[in-house]
Design a protein around this ligand. Structure first.
Ligand code: SF4
Length: 376
């Protein structure tokens, strides 16, 4: 499986909670960045691990759709000309309300995009305002409807819970609104106050009215009920999909398999080596234009580290981690590696070994963070 991640590090405005690598930049920089990105794609063409056409392409950010649609589609065309796409390849683009209309989505569709991930976060204007989002709830709804009218048949909606001022009741309404738009996929993330964000400063001054733990647990329960009732099935810690619409690109990531990457701040993982690229788009462009490396950090995992990482990432999936694949890849089984720690978790009914996978049980699922902390 060949997967490629491309990063577009631009947004129209920085949200107050955001720790992603993204910035507001003049449109002149967008064009120069796209040119540099295409140069890096050319360079990747000769990577020894590229033998097959791409099975997944994921363009994330930032807000990829804050650059003009012709720039974005030229990147996709360039990938097609450089690597080719396999039959049924998944081509995903992240978008934000306020940056896409029907025409924009049609251009993406014509370029081969078959999955659009819309960052909505909340269907409450008050919550959106607190987050520093640029759009309103009705603009988010309008963007999703526009994508549907354009013919995009696989839409993800990103929502967040645990927001300042959010209550279980407002979470019900946000989630119900999202479900009423019949997305094929939902990503539901709990807000984390990240280092270096304005939210961290506000939290330090006790200015964020975050929900208490009981309310978070209630929101988790609401999520379970509402998603189950609407046939959208949880397949990963934060991800839900109707049958057949699970995100293949991210499954590749959770299975800790190789993926290529290009762009400022993009991280690739090939044969146990993780390479991080410079986060500054100006530095990225300069390095590319002078033929220098954009890699600023390289991490080579030992087999044991890689094994543990594969187990932890795989346990995020509801189906768990394939023990056969672990044996083939590392010559190791979880029993052999973890010994009594695993036996204890099994006796407590937190994890179970099916004929093919090691997985967290329904009983263990609410405690998955603690379970993973024991196995890390
Ligand atoms: S739109 Fe997304 S990437 Fe951009 S600032 Fe907001 S949270 Fe960060």
């Amino acid at each position: 499986m060949t997967s490629l991640y491309l990063h577009i590090p631009f947004c129209l405005r920085k949200c107050l909670y955001c720790a992603f690598s993204s910035r507001v930049a003049p449109s002149a920089l967008h064009g120069r960045y796209v040119d540099a990105l295409m140069c890096e794609i050319d360079f990747l063409q000769h990577h020894p691990s590229v033998q097959d056409p791409l099975k997944t392409l994921f363009i994330g950010g930032g807000t990829p759709t804050c650059i003009p649609s012709d720039q974005l589609t030229s990147i996709i065309d360039h990938c097609r000309n450089t690597f080719g796409f396999s039959a049924g390849a998944e081509i995903s683009v992240e978008a934000n309300p306020g940056t896409v209309d029907e025409g924009y989505c049609e251009s993406l569709l014509m370029a081969g995009v078959n999955r659009l991930s819309m960052g909505v976060q909340s269907f409450f204007d008050e919550e959106l305002k607190i987050l520093g989002r640029l759009h309103t709830s009705s603009e988010a709804e309008g963007a999703i409807l526009a994508a549907k009218r354009a013919g995009i048949a696989n839409i993800n909606i990103d929502l967040m819970y645990g927001l300042p001022g959010q209550t279980p009741k407002s979470w019900v309404l946000s989630l119900e609104k999202a479900l009423s738009l019949t997305p094929q996929h939902l990503s539901l993330y709990q807000l984390m106050v990240e280092e270096g964000t304005p939210f961290q400063v506000m939290d330090g001054k006790s200015e964020l009215l975050l929900p208490v733990e009981d309310e978070i647990l209630e929101m988790d329960e609401i999520t379970r009920e509402l998603t189950e009732n609407s046939g959208i099935i949880q397949y990963e810690t934060s991800n839900y999909a109707i049958e057949g619409k699970q995100c293949l690109h991210n499954i590749n990531y959770w299975e800790n398999l190789d993926y290529l990457a290009a762009g400022a701040a993009a991280v690739s993982f090939i044969k146990g080596v993780r390479e991080k690229r410079t986060t500054d788009p100006n530095h990225y462009i300069k390095q590319i234009s002078t033929g220098k490396s954009v890699i600023v950090e390289e991490e080579q995992l030992t087999m044991e580290e890689s094994f543990r990482e594969t187990v932890i990432m795989g346990l995020r999936l509801k189906r768990g981690v394939s023990t056969k694949n672990l044996l083939t890849r590392y010559g190791l089984t979880p029993e052999k590696h973890y010994g009594s720690i695993l036996t204890r978790l099994q006796h407590l009914g937190m994890v179970e070994q099916t004929p093919s996978h090691l997985k967290i049980t329904d009983k263990g699922w609410p405690l998955s963070n603690q379970i993973m902390a024991e196995l890390v």
